[in-house]
Design a protein around this ligand. Structure first.
Ligand code: HMG
Ligand code: MG
Length: 289
């Protein structure tokens, strides 16, 4: 039976963009609900600057308080050595570094050029590896950039190579804007094929145009076996105008269940967790019914 690896990113990507502050206690309760639904990995939070993403300024407290499910990989986003210093004081299995496929997005999201960001990340990846952590390398705007438009697959391939040289274990291709369709996903994988196999990547889809599921199913045909999803479709990137929710994990899991593909995830539990968090965000008790 084919199995697909699911990384649940709602607690990080789903919450980072939410203007309404969620308490540490609610985040912990949410992550514990996500853990109980059984995804392979949970991206818990982010050690970015709290000036940039105030919602996730309590990263260390959240990690100190969650209940870890044996076998689940717990990770967090890290943008620089300062973030890594904070992360290393917590119990983590994995970190995720991130770089943008375009210069404009790199400036907006991380206040530096692509070259500067890769230079910042070199010691982060090296030190994380020394500490025994797995390292994911995200490439944002792998399909389209809000400022520069369509992104050439070759630009993504070059960044894959740079991240592999730095020592990341896994490449995560982010369709930050949710602009992909199955054809652009196929062109992306064709374009990066001489540097990395689809099976060594994770695909991170946003659902702006309602085509994320179609893209994921197409990517499976190409050999991709690992996807990010966000419970309840929560999410978006604060520095990418017009990027709404991520692909809802439960939507992906149900589509895979229907095809006899195993994820180990309980879609119903995950959906309930997403609904619960939406209720915290909107204060709408109807969201729980
Ligand atoms: P900067 O302002 O250039 O940083 O930001 P700096 O080094 O000049 O420091 C400025 C202040 O921030 C200083 O504080 C630092 O101490 C502090 P001050 O002395 O002024 O009080 N600082 C930090 N504090 C805590 N933790 C840190 C940290 N670093 C600096 N790690 C920086 C550069 C990269 C830090 C900033 O631009 C940043 O945090 N950016 C992250 C923005 C972000 O989180 N974006 C969303 C995530 S990426 C994404 O969503 C895409 C993805 O989902 C995939 C997809 O969808 O495609 C992954
Ligand atoms: Mg994202």
């Amino acid at each position: 039976m084919m199995s697909i690896r699911i990384t649940e990113v709602a607690a990080r990507d789903g919450l980072q963009n939410e203007p309404r502050r969620v308490s540490t206690e609610s985040k912990v309760a949410f992550i514990d609900q996500l853990s109980a639904a059984g995804p392979c990995e949970i991206e818990v939070t982010s050690f970015v600057s709290a000036r940039w993403v105030p919602q996730l300024g309590d990263a260390s407290d959240v990690l100190a308080r969650i209940t870890r499910r044996p076998g689940t990989v717990y990770s967090a986003l890290v943008p620089n050595e300062q973030g890594l210093d904070r992360a290393l004081e917590c119990r983590l299995d994995k970190i995720a570094v991130f770089v943008s496929a375009t210069e404009s997005f790199s400036q907006r999201n991380t206040n530096g050029s692509i070259h500067e960001v890769l230079s910042r990340l070199a010691p982060v990846v090296a030190r994380a590896r020394e500490a025994g952590l797995i390292v994911r390398g995200y490439i944002s705007c792998a399909i389209r950039c809000p400022f520069e438009g369509t992104v050439a697959p070759e630009a993504v391939r070059v960044l894959c190579a740079r991240l592999i040289d730095l020592g990341v274990h896994e490449i995560d291709l982010g369709d930050t804007l949710g602009a992909a369709d199955p054809d652009s996903i196929a062109r992306l994988y064709e374009g990066i094929s001489r540097t990395i196999d689809p099976g060594a990547t994770t695909l991170h889809l946003h659902d702006t145009n309602g085509r994320a599921l179609e893209c994921a199913l197409g990517a499976i045909e190409l050999g991709v076996r690992s996807f990010d999803g966000s419970a309840g479709g929560l999410g978006g990137c604060p520095y990418a105008p017009g990027s709404p929710g991520n692909l809802a994990t439960e939507t992906l899991v149900r589509a895979l269940d229907a095809r006899g593909i195993d994820t180990g995830v309980d879609a119903q539990r995950l959906e309930a967790a997403g609904r619960w968090m939406r209720q915290q965000l909107t204060g709408d008790s109807a969201a729980s019914s």
